[in-house]
Design a protein around this ligand. Structure first.
Ligand SMILES: NC(=O)C1=CN([C@@H]2O[C@H](COP(=O)(O)OP(=O)(O)OC[C@H]3O[C@@H](n4cnc5c(N)ncnc54)[C@H](OP(=O)(O)O)[C@@H]3O)[C@@H](O)[C@H]2O)C=CC1
Ligand SMILES: O=C(O)[C@@H]1CCC=N1
Length: 277
């Protein structure tokens, strides 16, 4: 199915103009949405200056009636800032669709804070900055097919998108792909460290590690075979990979990694619970 296109007349207001807002704004501008169609409410002066420098957008320090022109309001503040941020914005939400990128905060709580239940929640990730984002989306019951298309069109300006049917699944998406880029960098750091310990320069080790991760991910993306089979093809009997994987299994790395993602999912749930209380 062809992904939905972003109508050029779309007017979008971002509440919070930090890292994630800037990544999505970059995608929108790359797809040709005029910067004049994008408003941003951002109290932090340095973040406003960064938006001006990167995207030529004049962010406002506080919510204003002009927000009412927006067909889409994107919530891009930290979950802990949502209550404070929502109070001055709520009177301007009107008939706009709301798209939240906030981890954990549930659609019912966003509806209660803003007075409108037309909400799509999503969980993007920072590769959105380079057009390679992977985002999970969830539509609340009040959302129409056209609303879903608009939300997906916005998100697809930053990379790939996948809908989930149950809101709780967004916590799993958060643990997997939302936080996931940090796991990739963590592994890359370890590979770089080992490379330097084994006699390579830091630059050589970084290039080898990053190239290997990107190549391995591409191989997996292009294949429908089980991931375990791809791993086994690298693992010659009695060879080096076997030695490395045996050491990893003995250290319990896979189990620790799985537990770490459970911890991330639990934290996403807690963020929602803490807000709803
Ligand atoms: N970073 C990531 O990888 C991902 C983040 N997310 C979600 O995106 C959201 C934003 O995260 P991120 O961009 O990293 O965070 P940032 O801190 O970079 O951005 C949030 C911005 O919102 C501003 N802000 C605070 N209070 C208000 C307010 N009352 N009105 C308007 N703006 C306000 C903050 O200003 P100040 O600094 O002054 O508080 C800050 O500049 C979070 O909810 C997070 O869960 C989702 C997926 C991935
Ligand atoms: O760490 C966080 O809470 C956010 C959500 C996913 C990535 N960053």
């Amino acid at each position: 199915m062809t992904p939905p296109a972003l109508p050029p007349s779309t007017r979008i207001a971002f509440i919070g103009g930090g890292n994630m807002a800037s990544a999505i704004i970059g995608g929108l501008i790359r797809q040709g949405l005029p910067a004049a169609n994008i408003q941003v409410v951002e109290p932090f002066e340095a973040a406003r200056a960064a938006l001006k420098a990167q995207h030529d957008i004049d962010a406002a320090p506080a919510a204003a009636p002009a927000l009412a022109d927006a067909g889409l309001i994107v919530w891009a503040v930290k979950p802990q800032s949502f209550r404070e941020a929502s109070a001055p914005v709520a009177p301007h939400v009107g008939n706009a669709l709301q798209l939240s990128v906030m981890a954990g905060i549930r659609a019912a709580d966003i509806a209660a804070a803003t007075g409108s239940a037309r909400i799509v929640r999503c969980m993007p990730n920072t590769p959105a900055l380079v057009g390679r984002g992977m985002t999970g989306l969830f539509a609340s019951a009040a959302v129409s097919a056209a609303d879903r298309q608009l939300a997906e069109a916005v998100i697809r300006t930053t990379g790939d998108a996948l809908w989930v049917e149950r809101e709780a699944q967004l916590d799993a998406v958060t643990a997997l792909s939302g936080s996931g880029p940090a796991y990739v960098f963590y592994f890359l750091e370890a590979m770089q460290q080992a490379g330097t310990e084994l006699g390579l320069s830091a630059e050589q080790a970084r290039r080898l590690a990053v190239g290997t991760f990107a190549g391995g991910a591409q191989l997996a993306a292009d294949s429908t075979e089980p991931l375990a089979l791809l791993r086994e093809r690298v693992t010659s009997k009695g060879g080096t990979t076997y030695a490395a994987l045996t050491a990893m299994d003995q250290a319990g790395i896979k189990d620790a990694f799985v537990q770490a993602m459970h911890a991330a999912c639990t934290r996403a749930r807690e963020l929602g619970d803490e807000f709803g209380r």
